[in-house]
Every structure is written in C-alpha cells, then in structure tokens.
Design a protein around this ligand. Structure first.
Ligand SMILES: *Cc1c(COP(=O)(O)O)cnc(C)c1O
Length: 368
C-alpha cells in the first residue's frame, strides 16, 4: 500500500488483495486448521489468510510488520517472554493494571524484575536506563492519561542498549506512530479502539526489525496465543471505520472534557487535549489527536463517583474502552491503589450524539 495515501485511506484500502474481476472485496474468513502440504503455510498456528489481511493493515498504519495475537495481553506477554531470564523491566508505575499484574506474576516466578517509574518524568526514567533491559512505555497511560516523551525516551534507550516497547492502545496508529519515533516495538490492544465495537478480543505487535518480528512470530507459534479467524475478521472490519469513529469520538470527548471542567460537581478533569493537562504541549506535539478517554474526579470522592456510575442511563456502566458506545467506571472499584485517586472515573467516549451524552452525564452528576 502506497505511503502517499493518508492513513485514513490506508485503514480502508489495505488488506484487500489485488483488484481483479470476480475476487472478493473483503478477505474471506478462512476456517481451516490445516493446509495442503508443500507450501509455507501448513498449520493454522503458523498463519492464516484472515490474520494476514489484518496484519497488512496494521503494518501499513504503524510503519512496520505486524503480528496479530489473541489479545492485547497476549501481545504484551510475547514481548516480555522474549527477554532473557533475570532481565529488568522499567515500566510506568501507573500503567495498564493487566501489565503490572503480569510483571508482578513474572517477578513472583523468578523470571524477571521490574520497577515502576513516572513515565512523564523523562529525566527520572533516563536515570533508570542503566539498570534496564527493556523500557516499557505506555502513552497516554491507562487511566491517568500521562504522556511520555517517546522521542527522547526511545533515543536514550537506544543509546544505552536498552530495548523499548510502546503500548499505544489509547492513541491508535492514527494518533501516534512510535516506530517512527524510535521505538523497537509497538503493541496494541485491538480489543479497544481498533476493533471498536466491544465484541472481540485481539492484540497486535508491530516492529521494523525483521529479526525482532521473527522472534515474536516464533513466540506466537510456540506459545499458541493465536487469534481466531472470525476475531481477526471482526477486528479488521472495525479498523475500516476507525478513522471516522475516532474523528467523531475525539471531537465529542473534547467538548465533554470542557463541559465537565466547568461543572461545579467536578473537581478535576484529565484530558490531554485541555490546556490544563500537565503535558498538554508535549501531547500536542506528539499526537495527531488527543484520544477518546477522559478521566475525572467528582466533588464528594469515592461515594459520589459510585453514585455517578449508578446514575448514568444512556452511558454504559462497564469496563474497557474504545467502543462505539460510551462507557464509564470508577477505576478504584477493583481495589484501592496508591497512585489512583479513589474517586477517579474513567470515561471512554463513543459515537453517540454529544448532546445526548452531556444530558445523561449532567443528570448523573446532579443525582450524585
Ligand atoms: C486493555 C488494554 C490492554 C490489554 O488488552 P486485552 O485485549 O484486554 O488483552 C493492554 N494495554 C492497554 C493500555 C489496555 O487498555
């Protein structure tokens, strides 16, 4: 697919095969665990034509070679599994909870060690690179929406001989392309914005170095965290409308973030697109859009936040993010964490009409 085409066009046009009369415009969903012997593809753990179409699209969007995995966490696990026993990982202390749980689990089983850092504090992270084998970056972070200086961190990591990986789930390749900014590997939970309809689990790893891609492909083959063909098809179908969905949801998120900030029941709003976000200038320089997630705290803390979550009627009180439907939840409902304000609500803005969302949100804030 030509790099001259805009990413929004490539999301729609890539992965469809040559334009020959009579061939399907969409890739077929290939349900076959075995292939006739004698060519590269013989068994479905090694590859699948439906994954290949998805990988072609993700690869062209991120500027590398993509590998689809059964979930975002399977993609992350493959990257971590690549590290030698005893390796040290430097990762955001306030990053995605599933990553931190996986790292703790690996530490508990003697596989590696890790330390949490404030990924927005570039100098502090640079100061820890001497001890690291892998720098794990997430930007924006889930759920506090901290922004990492990917250019500086990845170039410092490279100079120190440390591998770097970026979880760009919140940004998607339309807003952020970490490989072009010096990262070795980018991972996505395609479950979220990429697939976009809260109906599938899917993950991906993208890298430019062929040796890295080959090692990760081997991890997928031997570890077996392979996606189903139907899931790959659904994720690919979701990506076709990502540019349009992201455009709508991002504009709505910006409007809702501003209105929330002005509402007397709201104490603090975190959204990288707002001038009061601590890394707003960096976000503006690094991202092509500020994303669809808003985190906010209401006056009255934890109890008031629970009342907001119980009071929304249109907005779904549910976990996860990136679907066409707007969802919210109090993140601390899974247990208190030191870095997490107990009343923090994470809201994933979808594609409903902005005024309907605001009416629902305002009523819930007033009920609380
Ligand atoms: C959800 C999420 C993941 C994990 O993805 P799954 O598809 O749920 O396995 C990883 N990173 C971030 C930032 C996420 O939000």
């Amino acid at each position: 697919m030509s790099d001259d085409l805009a990413p929004a066009t490539r999301a729609i046009a890539a992965g469809r095969g040559a334009h020959r009369p009579g061939t399907p415009v969409n890739p077929p969903v290939v349900f076959s665990s075995i292939y006739r012997n004698g060519a590269d593809l013989e068994y479905a753990r090694d590859g699948n034509p439906t994954w290949a179409a998805l990988e072609e699209v993700l690869g062209t969007l991120d500027g590398g070679e993509a590998l689809a995995f059964a979930s975002g966490i399977a993609a992350i696990a493959a990257v971590l599994d690549e590290l030698p026993i005893g390796a040290h990982v430097v990762a955001p202390g306030d990053g995605y909870s599933g990553l931190r749980m996986l790292l703790d689990d690996l530490v508990g089983r003697g596989r590696l060690t890790w330390e949490g850092v404030d990924i927005a504090d570039t100098a502090a992270v640079e100061g820890r690179l001497d001890a690291a084998d892998l720098l794990w970056i997430e930007s924006p972070t889930n759920p506090l929406l901290a922004i990492a200086d990917i250019d500086r961190l990845c170039s410092a990591a490279r100079a120190a001989g440390v591998r770097s990986a970026v979880d760009a789930t919140f940004a998607t390749p339309l807003n952020l392309r970490p490989l072009a900014r010096g990262a070795d590997v980018v991972v996505h939970s395609a479950t979220k914005l990429l697939a976009g309809h809260s109906d599938v689990l899917m993950g991906a790893v993208v890298a430019t170095d062929t040796a890295v891609v080959d090692r990760l492909r081997t991890r997928r083959q031997l570890g077996g965290a392979v996606p189903g063909p139907m899931e790959a098809f659904l994720a690919l179908r979701g990506i076709r409308s990502l540019p349009a969905r992201l455009d709508v949801a991002q504009r709505t998120a910006a409007t809702l973030a501003d209105r929330l900030a002005e509402h007397p029941a709201v104490e603090r709003v975190r959204y990288p697109g707002r001038g009061d976000h601590p890394q707003h200038a960096l976000a503006a320089a690094q991202l092509d859009g500020f994303g669809t997630v808003i985190s906010f705290e209401v006056v009255g803390g934890l109890a008031a936040a629970d009342r907001v979550a119980a009071s929304v009627a249109l907005i779904e009180h549910a976990t996860s993010l990136g679907g066409v439907e707007t969802t919210l939840e109090r993140r601390g409902r899974y247990g208190a964490e030191a870095h997490l304000p107990p009343g923090l609500i994470r809201m994933s803005v979808g594609c409903e009409h902005v005024e309907d969302l605001w009416t629902d949100l305002r009523a819930a804030l007033e009920a609380a």
